[in-house]
Design a protein around this ligand. Structure first.
Ligand code: IFM
Length: 445
């Protein structure tokens, strides 16, 4: 308000985010089909402590309470994802009406609470039946995704106006198909590059489907972007940082803005790119309404083969989160400026930003001052970017509540609401109350 030290533009959207597999549980209820994370987490050795999303935060049964809590805390928008195999248990074919009903009820509850729904169509829970056919490495998944998109946007499009096609395709493609640390756990670089292409293609083809079914739709895609800086000005460190930028950022950003795949990366991957068919690159470069950005950290890159004995000019630190990720808010400012001024994204939403810390529940309270400090410093950089002319329109904190952090299971807590997994009790942390005040004031004191 008037006396806020950092006031955000009128109408700036403040929200919180989650994803289906990480919170819903009810993994085989009401006709839901198996997804690749069910299969992956049920296979021993893949997830820390053998954790699974079978129950997670039991949000499937508690969503009305969770929405009430969001309302009480004052959040204005809620970004959640839809579990494809709840809607189409085998990935395509017969619609599971009970699965659709769950999301329809959730949307109604949000709207009644005055909270704007933001829906992500794909946050990593591919139907296992499609993975059995080759998953994202094969083109058939693209058509199946369109069928799913058509079904769910028809069902919710009268009430949901904000749609994100994919969350972090880099993670799906490279952690899932190259490194094998995420579902489906494959270790095949060529499959990963093909998967990246099919994810982008599915995005490009889904945008017109959403527009057809949703009057006044706002459609975008969310990328996880990690700025990469060389540890020194040595040639090899700079080359290594350029490569890391190509791998994490440019391989997705460039095709979306019509520049095609960066040739340095295509060469580095050694892929023949024969899966790219005529017209695909135009389809991928479809115009959208916004870019979603998930920002957590930066990379400080050394070419360890050649420069290990040279002193680094840029060193990471001094602060890291429980994920081992450097806290570096200034990188967010640089990234936002780059996206707006170099890549031409004029409407940007931070669709995720937050941190895992070693939260302690003491006498019914979690005093997560590190998280408040983290968020405050990132909000300040977002504000600085807006002042510099960046079209940043909103900010979603990751995450509404502690949840299943993929291969780390429940060992990492990203929530601003603490979840006691024994009782499923939700306990807003200090950061949740603090964030509620930021939202109410539309800025920082
Ligand atoms: O929990 C994840 C989320 O699913 C995607 N973005 C990063 C978060 C923290 O690792």
């Amino acid at each position: 308000m008037g006396n806020a030290k950092l006031e955000f533009p009128k109408g700036f959207l403040w929200g919180v985010a989650t994803a289906s597999y990480q919170i819903e549980g009810a993994w085989k209820e009401d006709g839901k089909g198996e997804n690749i994370w069910d299969r992956f987490s049920h296979t021993s050795g893949n997830v820390q402590d053998g954790d699974t999303g079978d129950v997670a935060c039991d949000h499937y049964h508690r969503f009305r309470d969770d929405v009430a809590l969001m309302k009480e805390l004052g959040f204005k928008a809620y970004r959640f994802s839809i579990a494809w195999p709840r809607v189409l248990p085998s990935g395509r074919g017969k619609i599971n009406e009970l699965g659709v009903q769950f999301y329809s009820d959730l949307v109604d509850e949000l709207l009644a609470a005055g909270i704007e729904p933001w829906v992500t169509l794909y946050h990593w829970d591919l139907p296992q039946a499609l993975e059995d056919e080759g998953g994202w490495a094969v083109r058939g998944s693209v058509d199946a995704f369109l069928e799913y998109t058509d079904a769910i946007t028809r069902a919710l499009g009268d009430r949901v106006k904000n749609w994100i096609t994919f969350n972090e395709p880099w993670v799906s493609a490279f952690l899932g198909y190259e490194h094998g640390v995420h579902a489906p756990g494959r270790k095949d670089l060529q499959a990963a590059v093909a998967a990246a292409h099919h994810l982008l293609l599915a995005h490009g083809k889904a945008v017109p489907v959403i527009r057809k079914n949703v009057p006044n739709a706002k459609v975008g895609i969310t990328l996880n972007l990690t700025p990469q800086v060389p540890a020194s000005q040595s040639f090899s460190d700079r080359m290594a940082a350029t490569w890391a930028d190509g791998y994490n950022n440019r391989f997705f950003l460039d095709p979306l803005v019509g520049r095609g795949y960066p040739q340095d990366m295509v060469r580095s991957f050694g892929s023949d790119m024969s899966f790219v068919l005529p017209g695909d690159m135009d389809t991928i470069a479809v115009s959208t309404d916004f870019l979603g950005v998930n920002f957590y950290t930066r990379g400080v890159i050394r070419d360890t083969k050649t420069t290990q004995n040279l002193p680094a000019e840029v060193v990471a630190g001094p602060q890291f989160t429980e994920m081992g990720w450097e806290v570096h808010p200034e990188a967010l400012y640089n990234l936002l400026c780059r996206l707006h001024f170099e890549h031409g994204f004029k409407n940007i939403y931070i669709t995720e930003n937050g941190a895992a810390f070693d939260d302690k529940l003491i006498d019914g309270h979690v005093e997560d001052t590190l998280r408040v400090d983290f968020l405050q410093r990132h909000f300040a950089m977002a504000h600085k970017a807006i002042n510099a002319g960046v079209g940043l329109r909103g900010y979603f904190v990751w995450s509404l509540m502690d949840n299943f952090e993929w291969a780390y299971g429940y060992s990492k807590r990203f929530g601003i609401v603490y979840v006691d997994y024994q009782t499923q009790k939700r306990i807003p942390k200090h950061s949740a109350h603090w964030y509620g005040k930021v939202v109410a004031r539309n800025g920082l004191d």
